[in-house]
Design a protein around this ligand. Structure first.
Ligand code: IMP
Ligand code: MG
Length: 173
């Protein structure tokens, strides 16, 4: 049986999301903001974060990406399964991603979005696994830094399971 070791319960997550939402609200108070969630992992984080943002104007969109074997192979092939629908030209963009790990996914997404000439592109992640970074990218807003292990819950999956758990757990297979 896989074991689930608690990492963050729902109250701890809520406090961290609140903190980051306050920073973002203060940085983007007068902005014309487009928040772009990365499906599927960020869906719960995106819902909680956007409801806590206090900004002048905010639109919401999503992308979905698939990455193939890039944990062990340097090609880092990434496919765009769903693109944004909103025109981001001249707008401030905030990417909302579940986990920043090697950074290859975020690097691809930033390059993709920058081709549409936004005013700015920054990133907010729920979890930053700094130690495994391979691409030269970082997130401006981070809820939680994780040292090691495979995390599930609060949107994060292992083979499409566990996304619905209210807390975040370290999965021991
Ligand atoms: P990377 O930064 O390109 O390596 O990819 C990050 C993506 O890998 C995240 O968006 C997650 O979908 C997935 N991922 C990385 N680590 C974990 C984990 O511990 N649990 C669940 N998904 C993970
Ligand atoms: Mg993801």
């Amino acid at each position: 049986m896989p074991e689930l070791l608690p990492v963050l319960d729902r109250d701890a997550i809520a406090r961290k999301v609140d903190d980051v939402a306050r920073q973002i609200s203060s940085d983007y108070r007068n902005a014309d903001l487009v928040v772009i969630g990365v499906l599927k992992g960020a869906f719960i984080f995106m819902a909680d974060l956007t409801r806590r943002l206090d900004v002048n104007r905010m639109a919401i969109d999503f992308v979905q990406l698939a990455s193939y074997g890039h944990k062990s192979d340097s090609s880092g092939k990434i496919d765009l399964l769903k693109d944004i629908e909103i025109d981001i030209r001249g707008k401030d963009v905030l990417i909302v991603e579940d986990i920043l790990d090697t950074g290859l996914t975020l690097k691809y997404l930033k390059q993709h979005l920058l081709r549409r000439h936004p005013l700015s592109v920054k990133t907010c992640v729920l979890i930053d696994k700094k130690e495994r970074r391979r691409a030269d990218v970082n997130a401006e807003y981070v809820c939680h830094i994780a040292a090691e292990g495979f995390l599930v819950g609060y949107g994060l999956d292992y083979a499409e399971s566990y996304r619905n758990l209210p807390g975040i757990f370290n999965l021991k297979l």
